[in-house]
Design a binder for this molecule. Structure first.
Ligand SMILES: Cc1ncc(COP(=O)(O)O)c(C=O)c1O
Length: 477
Protein backbone atom coordinates (compact mmCIF):
# COMPACT_ATOMS: atom_id res chain seq x y z
CA UNK A 1 0.00 0.00 0.00
CA UNK A 2 2.56 2.52 -1.17
CA UNK A 3 0.53 5.74 -1.19
CA UNK A 4 -1.21 4.84 2.07
CA UNK A 5 2.21 4.22 3.58
CA UNK A 6 3.56 7.54 2.20
CA UNK A 7 0.59 9.39 3.72
CA UNK A 8 1.26 7.80 7.10
CA UNK A 9 5.00 8.42 6.88
CA UNK A 10 4.92 12.02 5.65
CA UNK A 11 1.67 13.21 7.19
CA UNK A 12 -1.01 15.17 5.36
CA UNK A 13 0.55 18.60 5.95
CA UNK A 14 3.94 17.66 4.54
CA UNK A 15 2.26 16.07 1.55
CA UNK A 16 0.35 19.31 0.93
CA UNK A 17 3.51 21.39 1.24
CA UNK A 18 5.51 19.16 -1.08
CA UNK A 19 2.69 19.09 -3.62
CA UNK A 20 2.45 22.89 -3.60
CA UNK A 21 6.18 23.34 -3.93
CA UNK A 22 7.09 20.67 -6.46
CA UNK A 23 4.21 19.02 -8.26
CA UNK A 24 2.95 20.58 -11.49
CA UNK A 25 -0.65 19.51 -12.11
CA UNK A 26 -1.81 19.10 -15.70
CA UNK A 27 -4.32 21.56 -17.18
CA UNK A 28 -4.54 23.16 -13.74
CA UNK A 29 -4.45 26.74 -12.53
CA UNK A 30 -1.96 26.20 -9.74
CA UNK A 31 -2.93 29.55 -8.19
CA UNK A 32 -6.36 28.09 -7.38
CA UNK A 33 -4.55 26.24 -4.59
CA UNK A 34 -2.81 29.28 -3.11
CA UNK A 35 -5.33 29.24 -0.31
CA UNK A 36 -7.17 25.97 -0.91
CA UNK A 37 -6.08 22.42 -0.31
CA UNK A 38 -4.80 20.38 -3.26
CA UNK A 39 -7.01 17.28 -3.45
CA UNK A 40 -4.71 14.33 -2.76
CA UNK A 41 -6.17 10.92 -3.60
CA UNK A 42 -4.54 8.11 -1.66
CA UNK A 43 -6.34 4.88 -2.45
CA UNK A 44 -9.27 3.38 -4.30
CA UNK A 45 -11.68 0.50 -4.03
CA UNK A 46 -14.36 -0.39 -6.56
CA UNK A 47 -16.25 2.78 -7.57
CA UNK A 48 -14.75 4.83 -4.72
CA UNK A 49 -11.52 6.64 -3.93
CA UNK A 50 -10.30 8.08 -0.62
CA UNK A 51 -8.39 11.29 -0.04
CA UNK A 52 -5.53 12.03 2.37
CA UNK A 53 -8.02 12.58 5.21
CA UNK A 54 -9.74 9.27 4.57
CA UNK A 55 -12.80 10.95 3.05
CA UNK A 56 -14.61 8.82 0.48
CA UNK A 57 -15.61 9.98 -3.02
CA UNK A 58 -17.67 8.32 -5.69
CA UNK A 59 -15.43 8.28 -8.75
CA UNK A 60 -18.03 9.34 -11.29
CA UNK A 61 -15.34 9.88 -13.93
CA UNK A 62 -13.38 6.60 -13.63
CA UNK A 63 -10.26 8.69 -12.97
CA UNK A 64 -10.60 10.45 -16.36
CA UNK A 65 -12.42 7.70 -18.29
CA UNK A 66 -9.77 5.13 -17.35
CA UNK A 67 -10.56 2.74 -14.51
CA UNK A 68 -13.29 0.73 -16.22
CA UNK A 69 -12.99 -2.33 -13.94
CA UNK A 70 -12.92 -0.18 -10.81
CA UNK A 71 -10.19 0.61 -8.32
CA UNK A 72 -8.12 -1.60 -6.07
CA UNK A 73 -7.87 -4.85 -8.03
CA UNK A 74 -4.94 -6.60 -6.35
CA UNK A 75 -5.05 -9.43 -8.91
CA UNK A 76 -4.50 -7.02 -11.80
CA UNK A 77 -1.64 -5.36 -9.92
CA UNK A 78 -0.19 -8.80 -9.20
CA UNK A 79 -0.12 -9.64 -12.92
CA UNK A 80 2.22 -6.66 -13.38
CA UNK A 81 4.40 -7.66 -10.42
CA UNK A 82 4.68 -11.24 -11.71
CA UNK A 83 5.71 -10.04 -15.15
CA UNK A 84 8.28 -7.60 -13.69
CA UNK A 85 9.96 -10.53 -11.96
CA UNK A 86 10.28 -12.49 -15.24
CA UNK A 87 11.15 -9.62 -17.54
CA UNK A 88 10.80 -6.09 -16.20
CA UNK A 89 11.37 -4.49 -19.56
CA UNK A 90 12.38 -5.16 -23.08
CA UNK A 91 11.61 -2.99 -26.03
CA UNK A 92 9.42 -3.65 -29.09
CA UNK A 93 12.07 -2.03 -31.31
CA UNK A 94 13.02 -5.13 -33.34
CA UNK A 95 12.22 -7.51 -30.46
CA UNK A 96 9.05 -9.16 -29.25
CA UNK A 97 8.14 -10.64 -25.87
CA UNK A 98 5.28 -12.90 -24.84
CA UNK A 99 3.03 -10.32 -23.13
CA UNK A 100 3.05 -7.97 -26.15
CA UNK A 101 2.49 -10.89 -28.53
CA UNK A 102 -0.39 -12.29 -26.52
CA UNK A 103 -1.97 -8.88 -26.04
CA UNK A 104 -1.69 -7.97 -29.74
CA UNK A 105 -3.43 -11.22 -30.67
CA UNK A 106 -6.12 -10.72 -28.01
CA UNK A 107 -6.81 -7.12 -29.07
CA UNK A 108 -6.99 -8.21 -32.73
CA UNK A 109 -9.49 -10.93 -31.83
CA UNK A 110 -11.78 -8.36 -30.17
CA UNK A 111 -11.42 -5.55 -32.71
CA UNK A 112 -13.92 -5.15 -35.55
CA UNK A 113 -13.36 -6.34 -39.13
CA UNK A 114 -9.81 -7.12 -40.23
CA UNK A 115 -8.14 -4.77 -37.73
CA UNK A 116 -5.50 -7.34 -36.90
CA UNK A 117 -2.21 -5.44 -36.55
CA UNK A 118 -1.43 -3.73 -33.23
CA UNK A 119 1.20 -1.05 -32.61
CA UNK A 120 1.58 -0.23 -28.90
CA UNK A 121 2.17 3.20 -27.37
CA UNK A 122 2.26 4.59 -23.83
CA UNK A 123 -0.95 6.61 -24.01
CA UNK A 124 -3.64 8.27 -26.10
CA UNK A 125 -1.75 11.23 -27.56
CA UNK A 126 1.02 8.88 -28.67
CA UNK A 127 -1.60 6.63 -30.26
CA UNK A 128 -3.17 9.53 -32.17
CA UNK A 129 0.24 10.89 -33.16
CA UNK A 130 1.20 7.42 -34.43
CA UNK A 131 -2.06 6.98 -36.36
CA UNK A 132 -1.62 10.32 -38.14
CA UNK A 133 1.97 9.49 -39.07
CA UNK A 134 0.90 6.03 -40.16
CA UNK A 135 -1.76 7.52 -42.46
CA UNK A 136 0.80 9.77 -44.12
CA UNK A 137 3.36 7.02 -44.60
CA UNK A 138 0.69 4.62 -45.86
CA UNK A 139 -0.20 7.00 -48.67
CA UNK A 140 3.47 7.69 -49.45
CA UNK A 141 4.19 3.98 -49.71
CA UNK A 142 1.38 3.73 -52.26
CA UNK A 143 2.75 6.60 -54.30
CA UNK A 144 0.29 9.25 -53.05
CA UNK A 145 2.83 11.47 -51.36
CA UNK A 146 0.59 14.55 -51.49
CA UNK A 147 -1.95 12.94 -49.15
CA UNK A 148 -0.84 14.51 -45.86
CA UNK A 149 -3.82 16.42 -44.45
CA UNK A 150 -6.31 15.21 -41.90
CA UNK A 151 -9.80 16.28 -40.93
CA UNK A 152 -11.20 16.30 -37.39
CA UNK A 153 -14.24 17.95 -35.77
CA UNK A 154 -14.72 21.22 -33.96
CA UNK A 155 -14.24 21.07 -30.18
CA UNK A 156 -12.98 17.44 -30.38
CA UNK A 157 -10.05 16.51 -28.15
CA UNK A 158 -7.45 14.18 -29.65
CA UNK A 159 -4.49 14.83 -27.35
CA UNK A 160 -1.79 17.36 -26.70
CA UNK A 161 1.43 16.39 -28.51
CA UNK A 162 2.00 18.79 -31.39
CA UNK A 163 0.72 16.44 -34.11
CA UNK A 164 -2.29 15.27 -32.12
CA UNK A 165 -2.96 18.87 -31.10
CA UNK A 166 -3.37 19.78 -34.77
CA UNK A 167 -6.30 17.35 -34.76
CA UNK A 168 -7.68 18.67 -31.46
CA UNK A 169 -10.37 21.23 -32.26
CA UNK A 170 -10.42 23.22 -29.03
CA UNK A 171 -9.19 26.74 -29.79
CA UNK A 172 -8.02 27.52 -26.25
CA UNK A 173 -5.80 24.44 -26.19
CA UNK A 174 -4.25 25.24 -29.56
CA UNK A 175 -3.47 28.95 -29.54
CA UNK A 176 -0.76 28.92 -26.81
CA UNK A 177 1.30 26.54 -28.96
CA UNK A 178 0.83 27.87 -32.46
CA UNK A 179 2.14 27.41 -35.04
CA UNK A 180 0.96 23.82 -34.86
CA UNK A 181 2.00 20.96 -37.11
CA UNK A 182 0.40 21.68 -40.48
CA UNK A 183 -2.36 19.65 -42.07
CA UNK A 184 -5.26 19.68 -39.61
CA UNK A 185 -8.66 21.16 -40.35
CA UNK A 186 -12.05 20.89 -38.69
CA UNK A 187 -15.64 20.30 -39.68
CA UNK A 188 -18.88 20.45 -37.73
CA UNK A 189 -19.44 17.98 -34.91
CA UNK A 190 -22.69 16.14 -34.22
CA UNK A 191 -24.14 18.55 -31.66
CA UNK A 192 -27.85 18.04 -32.33
CA UNK A 193 -28.88 20.19 -29.34
CA UNK A 194 -27.40 23.29 -30.97
CA UNK A 195 -27.84 22.80 -34.68
CA UNK A 196 -27.67 25.99 -36.71
CA UNK A 197 -31.01 26.89 -38.35
CA UNK A 198 -31.44 25.15 -41.69
CA UNK A 199 -28.76 22.53 -40.97
CA UNK A 200 -29.92 18.93 -41.15
CA UNK A 201 -28.31 15.91 -39.52
CA UNK A 202 -27.22 14.73 -42.97
CA UNK A 203 -25.02 17.83 -43.18
CA UNK A 204 -22.74 16.50 -40.43
CA UNK A 205 -21.26 13.78 -42.61
CA UNK A 206 -21.54 15.79 -45.82
CA UNK A 207 -19.37 18.50 -44.28
CA UNK A 208 -16.52 15.97 -44.38
CA UNK A 209 -17.00 15.34 -48.10
CA UNK A 210 -17.16 19.08 -48.69
CA UNK A 211 -13.93 19.65 -46.78
CA UNK A 212 -12.17 16.90 -48.71
CA UNK A 213 -13.28 18.53 -51.96
CA UNK A 214 -12.23 21.95 -50.69
CA UNK A 215 -8.75 20.76 -49.66
CA UNK A 216 -8.35 18.63 -52.78
CA UNK A 217 -8.91 14.87 -52.39
CA UNK A 218 -5.34 14.16 -53.54
CA UNK A 219 -4.06 16.01 -50.42
CA UNK A 220 -6.19 14.39 -47.68
CA UNK A 221 -4.78 11.42 -45.74
CA UNK A 222 -7.29 10.72 -42.97
CA UNK A 223 -10.42 11.64 -41.07
CA UNK A 224 -10.23 11.23 -37.29
CA UNK A 225 -13.44 10.99 -35.25
CA UNK A 226 -14.53 9.64 -31.87
CA UNK A 227 -17.58 7.32 -31.84
CA UNK A 228 -19.08 9.66 -29.21
CA UNK A 229 -17.31 13.01 -29.01
CA UNK A 230 -16.14 13.75 -25.51
CA UNK A 231 -15.32 17.47 -25.54
CA UNK A 232 -18.46 19.55 -25.82
CA UNK A 233 -20.26 16.89 -23.82
CA UNK A 234 -20.86 13.41 -25.28
CA UNK A 235 -22.09 14.20 -28.79
CA UNK A 236 -23.54 10.97 -30.16
CA UNK A 237 -23.72 10.33 -33.92
CA UNK A 238 -27.13 10.51 -35.60
CA UNK A 239 -28.42 7.39 -37.33
CA UNK A 240 -26.38 6.56 -40.43
CA UNK A 241 -23.62 9.11 -39.73
CA UNK A 242 -20.70 6.71 -39.60
CA UNK A 243 -22.02 4.64 -42.51
CA UNK A 244 -21.98 7.78 -44.66
CA UNK A 245 -18.53 8.81 -43.35
CA UNK A 246 -17.27 5.32 -44.26
CA UNK A 247 -18.61 5.75 -47.81
CA UNK A 248 -17.01 9.17 -48.13
CA UNK A 249 -13.62 7.89 -46.93
CA UNK A 250 -13.76 4.98 -49.37
CA UNK A 251 -14.75 7.23 -52.24
CA UNK A 252 -11.80 9.59 -51.70
CA UNK A 253 -9.19 7.02 -50.55
CA UNK A 254 -9.02 8.69 -47.13
CA UNK A 255 -8.37 6.62 -43.98
CA UNK A 256 -11.04 6.54 -41.29
CA UNK A 257 -9.40 6.69 -37.85
CA UNK A 258 -11.76 5.95 -34.98
CA UNK A 259 -10.29 7.62 -31.90
CA UNK A 260 -11.51 5.33 -29.13
CA UNK A 261 -9.19 6.46 -26.37
CA UNK A 262 -12.36 6.81 -24.26
CA UNK A 263 -14.97 4.86 -26.23
CA UNK A 264 -13.41 1.37 -26.17
CA UNK A 265 -13.15 -1.39 -23.53
CA UNK A 266 -16.82 -1.39 -22.62
CA UNK A 267 -17.41 2.33 -22.06
CA UNK A 268 -20.29 2.28 -24.60
CA UNK A 269 -21.42 -1.27 -23.79
CA UNK A 270 -19.27 -2.90 -26.50
CA UNK A 271 -15.57 -3.70 -26.69
CA UNK A 272 -15.18 -0.87 -29.19
CA UNK A 273 -17.34 2.18 -29.82
CA UNK A 274 -17.27 1.48 -33.56
CA UNK A 275 -19.06 -1.82 -32.84
CA UNK A 276 -21.86 0.05 -31.11
CA UNK A 277 -22.41 2.21 -34.18
CA UNK A 278 -21.75 -0.61 -36.61
CA UNK A 279 -18.89 0.75 -38.70
CA UNK A 280 -15.46 -0.62 -39.46
CA UNK A 281 -12.71 1.98 -39.38
CA UNK A 282 -9.28 1.51 -40.98
CA UNK A 283 -7.50 2.39 -37.76
CA UNK A 284 -8.53 2.52 -34.09
CA UNK A 285 -6.61 4.52 -31.52
CA UNK A 286 -7.06 3.47 -27.91
CA UNK A 287 -5.45 3.88 -24.46
CA UNK A 288 -6.84 4.55 -20.93
CA UNK A 289 -8.98 1.47 -20.10
CA UNK A 290 -6.86 -0.92 -22.18
CA UNK A 291 -5.20 -1.51 -18.81
CA UNK A 292 -7.99 0.16 -16.78
CA UNK A 293 -5.04 2.52 -16.13
CA UNK A 294 -3.31 0.13 -13.73
CA UNK A 295 -0.35 0.95 -16.00
CA UNK A 296 0.00 3.46 -18.85
CA UNK A 297 -0.57 1.99 -22.29
CA UNK A 298 -2.13 2.84 -25.64
CA UNK A 299 -2.41 1.17 -29.02
CA UNK A 300 -3.03 1.77 -32.70
CA UNK A 301 -5.04 -1.07 -34.21
CA UNK A 302 -4.71 -1.25 -37.97
CA UNK A 303 -6.56 -3.17 -40.67
CA UNK A 304 -4.70 -5.76 -42.71
CA UNK A 305 -5.31 -3.67 -45.81
CA UNK A 306 -3.65 -0.58 -44.36
CA UNK A 307 -0.80 -2.54 -42.72
CA UNK A 308 -0.01 -4.46 -45.90
CA UNK A 309 2.31 -1.95 -47.65
CA UNK A 310 4.41 -1.69 -44.46
CA UNK A 311 4.97 -5.45 -44.29
CA UNK A 312 6.91 -6.19 -47.45
CA UNK A 313 10.45 -5.73 -48.79
CA UNK A 314 12.50 -2.88 -47.33
CA UNK A 315 9.46 -1.09 -45.92
CA UNK A 316 8.78 -0.47 -42.24
CA UNK A 317 6.74 1.96 -40.14
CA UNK A 318 9.60 4.34 -39.34
CA UNK A 319 8.23 5.28 -35.96
CA UNK A 320 8.39 4.06 -32.37
CA UNK A 321 8.52 4.80 -28.64
CA UNK A 322 10.90 3.08 -26.21
CA UNK A 323 8.09 2.03 -23.89
CA UNK A 324 5.55 0.96 -26.55
CA UNK A 325 4.37 -2.56 -25.64
CA UNK A 326 6.08 -2.48 -22.21
CA UNK A 327 5.82 -6.05 -20.86
CA UNK A 328 4.55 -5.02 -17.43
CA UNK A 329 1.82 -2.86 -19.00
CA UNK A 330 0.95 -5.61 -21.48
CA UNK A 331 0.62 -8.19 -18.68
CA UNK A 332 -1.64 -5.80 -16.80
CA UNK A 333 -3.71 -5.18 -19.94
CA UNK A 334 -4.20 -8.94 -20.36
CA UNK A 335 -5.34 -9.24 -16.73
CA UNK A 336 -7.69 -6.28 -17.27
CA UNK A 337 -9.20 -7.88 -20.37
CA UNK A 338 -9.71 -11.06 -18.32
CA UNK A 339 -11.72 -9.08 -15.80
CA UNK A 340 -13.78 -7.37 -18.50
CA UNK A 341 -14.44 -10.71 -20.19
CA UNK A 342 -14.93 -13.05 -17.23
CA UNK A 343 -16.85 -10.85 -14.82
CA UNK A 344 -19.62 -9.59 -17.05
CA UNK A 345 -18.43 -5.98 -16.84
CA UNK A 346 -19.54 -4.99 -20.32
CA UNK A 347 -22.83 -6.81 -19.80
CA UNK A 348 -23.28 -4.70 -16.66
CA UNK A 349 -23.15 -1.56 -18.80
CA UNK A 350 -25.77 -2.97 -21.17
CA UNK A 351 -27.97 -4.05 -18.29
CA UNK A 352 -27.86 -0.70 -16.46
CA UNK A 353 -27.32 1.88 -19.18
CA UNK A 354 -31.03 2.73 -19.44
CA UNK A 355 -31.35 3.13 -15.68
CA UNK A 356 -28.27 5.37 -15.55
CA UNK A 357 -29.67 7.48 -18.32
CA UNK A 358 -33.16 7.78 -16.88
CA UNK A 359 -31.69 8.88 -13.55
CA UNK A 360 -29.94 11.72 -15.40
CA UNK A 361 -33.08 12.48 -17.43
CA UNK A 362 -34.98 12.84 -14.16
CA UNK A 363 -32.89 15.93 -13.44
CA UNK A 364 -34.53 17.75 -16.35
CA UNK A 365 -37.01 19.18 -13.87
CA UNK A 366 -34.19 21.46 -12.70
CA UNK A 367 -34.31 24.64 -14.82
CA UNK A 368 -30.52 24.70 -15.26
CA UNK A 369 -30.53 21.33 -17.05
CA UNK A 370 -30.76 21.96 -20.80
CA UNK A 371 -29.86 18.61 -22.32
CA UNK A 372 -28.91 15.09 -21.32
CA UNK A 373 -26.98 13.01 -23.86
CA UNK A 374 -24.46 10.27 -24.34
CA UNK A 375 -24.26 6.50 -24.63
CA UNK A 376 -23.38 3.65 -22.29
CA UNK A 377 -21.57 4.82 -19.16
CA UNK A 378 -20.53 8.03 -20.91
CA UNK A 379 -23.12 10.75 -20.37
CA UNK A 380 -23.28 14.53 -20.15
CA UNK A 381 -25.67 17.15 -18.83
CA UNK A 382 -25.57 20.52 -20.60
CA UNK A 383 -26.28 23.46 -18.31
CA UNK A 384 -28.24 26.43 -19.60
CA UNK A 385 -29.24 29.88 -18.48
CA UNK A 386 -32.75 29.35 -19.81
CA UNK A 387 -34.23 25.92 -20.43
CA UNK A 388 -36.91 27.32 -22.74
CA UNK A 389 -34.66 29.30 -25.09
CA UNK A 390 -31.56 27.08 -24.58
CA UNK A 391 -29.56 30.25 -23.93
CA UNK A 392 -26.10 29.32 -22.76
CA UNK A 393 -23.85 30.99 -20.19
CA UNK A 394 -21.25 33.46 -21.45
CA UNK A 395 -17.56 32.98 -20.62
CA UNK A 396 -17.66 34.98 -17.40
CA UNK A 397 -20.79 33.22 -16.19
CA UNK A 398 -19.29 29.85 -17.08
CA UNK A 399 -16.24 30.72 -15.04
CA UNK A 400 -18.39 31.57 -12.03
CA UNK A 401 -20.62 28.53 -12.50
CA UNK A 402 -17.99 25.87 -13.19
CA UNK A 403 -14.82 26.97 -11.45
CA UNK A 404 -16.39 29.28 -8.91
CA UNK A 405 -18.97 26.78 -7.73
CA UNK A 406 -19.70 23.42 -9.36
CA UNK A 407 -16.30 21.73 -9.48
CA UNK A 408 -15.54 22.47 -5.86
CA UNK A 409 -19.03 21.84 -4.55
CA UNK A 410 -19.45 18.45 -6.25
CA UNK A 411 -16.08 17.38 -4.89
CA UNK A 412 -16.89 18.70 -1.43
CA UNK A 413 -20.07 16.62 -1.44
CA UNK A 414 -18.18 13.50 -2.44
CA UNK A 415 -18.71 13.20 -6.20
CA UNK A 416 -15.85 13.31 -8.68
CA UNK A 417 -17.15 14.21 -12.12
CA UNK A 418 -16.22 16.76 -14.71
CA UNK A 419 -17.55 20.27 -15.06
CA UNK A 420 -16.25 21.32 -18.46
CA UNK A 421 -16.61 24.33 -20.74
CA UNK A 422 -14.44 23.48 -23.72
CA UNK A 423 -17.75 23.84 -25.55
CA UNK A 424 -20.93 24.98 -23.80
CA UNK A 425 -20.89 24.16 -20.06
CA UNK A 426 -21.50 20.52 -19.25
CA UNK A 427 -21.16 18.05 -16.44
CA UNK A 428 -19.80 14.70 -17.54
CA UNK A 429 -20.35 11.37 -15.88
CA UNK A 430 -18.41 8.28 -16.70
CA UNK A 431 -18.39 5.94 -13.71
CA UNK A 432 -16.51 2.63 -13.51
CA UNK A 433 -18.35 0.00 -15.54
CA UNK A 434 -19.10 -1.98 -12.39
CA UNK A 435 -21.36 0.82 -11.09
CA UNK A 436 -25.06 0.12 -10.61
CA UNK A 437 -28.25 1.45 -8.96
CA UNK A 438 -26.58 2.22 -5.62
CA UNK A 439 -24.06 4.54 -7.27
CA UNK A 440 -26.73 6.07 -9.55
CA UNK A 441 -28.76 7.01 -6.48
CA UNK A 442 -25.73 8.66 -4.89
CA UNK A 443 -24.96 10.57 -8.07
CA UNK A 444 -28.55 11.75 -8.36
CA UNK A 445 -28.74 12.95 -4.76
CA UNK A 446 -25.55 15.00 -5.05
CA UNK A 447 -26.31 16.38 -8.52
CA UNK A 448 -29.85 17.37 -7.53
CA UNK A 449 -28.66 19.34 -4.52
CA UNK A 450 -25.73 20.99 -6.25
CA UNK A 451 -27.53 21.81 -9.52
CA UNK A 452 -30.47 23.26 -7.58
CA UNK A 453 -28.10 25.60 -5.79
CA UNK A 454 -26.27 26.36 -9.06
CA UNK A 455 -29.56 27.42 -10.69
CA UNK A 456 -30.32 29.72 -7.78
CA UNK A 457 -26.88 31.27 -7.75
CA UNK A 458 -26.99 31.89 -11.50
CA UNK A 459 -30.55 33.30 -11.33
CA UNK A 460 -31.84 30.76 -13.84
CA UNK A 461 -35.57 31.42 -14.46
CA UNK A 462 -37.64 28.96 -12.47
CA UNK A 463 -34.89 28.33 -9.91
CA UNK A 464 -35.61 29.81 -6.49
CA UNK A 465 -33.92 33.11 -5.78
CA UNK A 466 -31.05 32.28 -3.53
CA UNK A 467 -27.57 33.30 -2.61
CA UNK A 468 -26.01 36.09 -4.67
CA UNK A 469 -23.31 35.22 -7.18
CA UNK A 470 -19.89 35.31 -5.66
CA UNK A 471 -17.11 34.92 -8.20
CA UNK A 472 -14.46 35.42 -5.53
CA UNK A 473 -15.43 32.31 -3.62
CA UNK A 474 -12.46 29.95 -3.74
CA UNK A 475 -12.94 26.33 -4.60
CA UNK A 476 -10.54 23.70 -5.86
CA UNK A 477 -10.43 24.08 -9.68
C1 LIG B 1 -10.39 10.89 -27.71
C2 LIG B 1 -9.05 11.14 -27.07
N1 LIG B 1 -7.94 11.06 -27.83
C3 LIG B 1 -6.72 11.24 -27.31
C4 LIG B 1 -6.55 11.55 -25.98
C5 LIG B 1 -5.19 11.76 -25.42
O1 LIG B 1 -4.86 10.73 -24.54
P1 LIG B 1 -3.71 10.89 -23.44
O2 LIG B 1 -4.19 11.89 -22.45
O3 LIG B 1 -3.55 9.50 -22.88
O4 LIG B 1 -2.47 11.33 -24.16
C6 LIG B 1 -7.67 11.64 -25.16
C7 LIG B 1 -7.55 11.96 -23.73
O5 LIG B 1 -8.48 12.14 -23.00
C8 LIG B 1 -8.96 11.44 -25.72
O6 LIG B 1 -10.07 11.53 -24.97
Amino acid sequence: MASTEATARLGTETLQDLARRHLWLHFTRMSAYDDAEIPIIVRGEGCYVYDQHGKRYLDGLSALFCVNIGHGRADVAQAGADQAKDLGFFTNWSYAHPPAIELAARVASLAPGDLNRVFFTSGGSEAVESALKLARQYHKLRGNSQKTKFIAREIAYHGTSLGALAATGVTGLRTPFEPLAPGGSHVMNTNTYRMAPGVSEEAFAESIAERIEFEGPETVAAVILEPVQNAGGCFTPPEGYFQRVREICDEYDVLLISDEVICSWGRLGEWFGSQRYDYTPDVITTAKALTSAYAPMGAVIVSDRIAEPFMSGLNSFTHGFTFGGHPVCAAIALANLDVLENEGVIENVRAHEAEFRSMLESLRDLPIVGDVRGAGYFQAIELVKDQETQETFDDDESEVLLRGFLSGELYRRGLICRADDRGDPVIQLSPPLIAGPEQFAEIEAILRTVLTEAGERMHVPGAHAGAPRDPQRRQPA
